[in-house]
Design a binder for this molecule. Structure first.
Ligand SMILES: Nc1ncnc2c1ncn2[C@@H]1O[C@H](COP(=O)(O)OP(=O)(O)O)[C@@H](O)[C@H]1O
Ligand SMILES: [Mg+2]
Length: 356
């Protein structure tokens, strides 16, 4: 069984569109496919025209361990099944806070269907949080859809770094491929983006490219894949080509990760680390910290009573990974003055970054 996650922290780059259409084309090619939605926005259900009344259990109950995945499977056609999500999934990160092994919830839940499918396709939310980590830890392969925008190119390097950290720290190998999406070759900007991708990441890029196609938007609004909606449009041709390219890698991939069951046998307990955050500030200051590790909810630091060196500190137990954070000193957000590693944040400022 090949397990492929669609990942990119940027929204609107074609993750869900690719997940739905790749899964449909693979099923159309005779493969048994399970499509899993890890995004609380529930776009897979919307894109396939499935109402909430058809969904008895969602991926949320599966990840919490309340029900086996087999109870959450919705059958879409002979070869295509799905496990869907809805907005309650956004509570997952918080309900799992501090629980050891929380990155491996999806991986664990898949064991019972390991022999039932040829392909598992996992759609992820537009963030690199616990849900995406679950997708990556469950997968052997990652497809990063990249649409032609400055933000996509900008985020690509950081995403590759994050995946590399997961690989190293968790000892979990992933084969990474980049897929150019929404490409309109009539614009110079698209041509430049494509050229930049090939120049910097040629070994990682699929030969197939997904061109801009209005039929995709129409198909989505009708709750259908392009396989169902229009077998003559460019998007169907592009996704068919991508499917053939992926099918063509089968021998290679199977040699790399022979069987999922073997992989699950060598799972190890996740190693947690203690990290102490310290910042200098006067004794009467109000000092808090917020970051990816506490869902950006500011928490008060403790004052360490050394008059010559007034320091505030807080200890967190963190799983391996990359975390962004900031201090809140007397109501003002500041980056960590003792940490040179920073990242741009969506608000136009910067955050400090720590690799655990
Ligand atoms: N090749 C394409 N041509 C035209 N529109 C596209 C194409 N791929 C995706 N879209 C549209 O772009 C929007 C965002 O795509 P989506 O797959 O939902 O992105 P993501 O899941 O990464 O947020 C959707 O409205 C989708 O219909
Ligand atoms: Mg999506």
């Amino acid at each position: 069984m090949r397990i492929i996650a669609l990942v990119n922290q940027k929204g609107g780059c074609g993750k869900t569109t690719t997940a739905i259409n790749l899964a449909s084309c693979l099923a159309n090619a005779g493969k048994k496919v399970l499509l899993i939605d890890l995004d609380p926005q529930g776009h897979v259900a919307l894109g396939l025209g499935i109402g909430t009344e058809e969904m008895d259990k969602s991926i949320y109950e599966v990840l919490l361990g309340e029900t086996p995945i087999t109870n959450a499977i919705v059958s879409l056609s002979d070869n295509l099944d799905a496990v869907l999500s809805d907005v309650v999934l956004s509570a997952f990160e918080q309900s799992m806070a501090g629980t050891p092994g929380r990155e491996n919830r999806l991986r664990q839940s898949l064991k019972i269907v390991a022999n039932d499918y040829d392909y598992l396709i996992i759609d992820s939310p537009p963030s690199v949080g616990l849900l995406t980590f679950n997708g990556l830890m469950a997968s052997n392969e990652v497809i990063i859809p990249v649409d032609p925008s400055y933000f996509s190119l900008h985020g690509l390097g950081k995403l590759l770094e994050t995946i590399q950290i997961i690989e190293e720290r968790a000892g979990h190998e992933l084969s990474i491929k980049i897929l150019a999406t929404n490409i309109d070759l009539r614009t110079n900007f698209c041509k430049e983006v494509l050229a930049t991708l090939i120049e910097h990441f040629s070994d990682k890029c699929f030969d197939s490219v997904i061109h801009t196609c209005t039929r995709i938007r129409e198909a989505t609004s009708h709750g259908k894949s392009v396989v169902e909606y229009d077998k003559h449009c460019n998007a169907f041709r592009d996704y068919q080509e991508l499917t053939q390219e992926i099918l063509g890698q089968e021998a290679d991939m199977e040699a790399k990760v022979s069987r999922f069951e073997l992989l699950s046998d060598i799972e190890k307990e996740e190693e947690q680390r203690t990290v102490t955050f310290t910042v200098e500030a006067p004794v009467d200051a109000d000092v808090q910290i917020a970051g990816d590790f506490n869902q950006w909810k500011p928490e008060v630091l403790n004052f360490t009573d050394k008059p010559e060196d007034p320091t505030w500190q807080k200890i967190f137990t963190l799983s391996p990974g990359s975390y962004e954070y900031k201090y809140l000193v007397n109501g003002l957000w500041v980056v960590d003055p003792d940490n040179d590693k920073i990242a741009d944040n969506p608000l136009g400022g910067t955050n400090s970054v720590i690799d655990v």
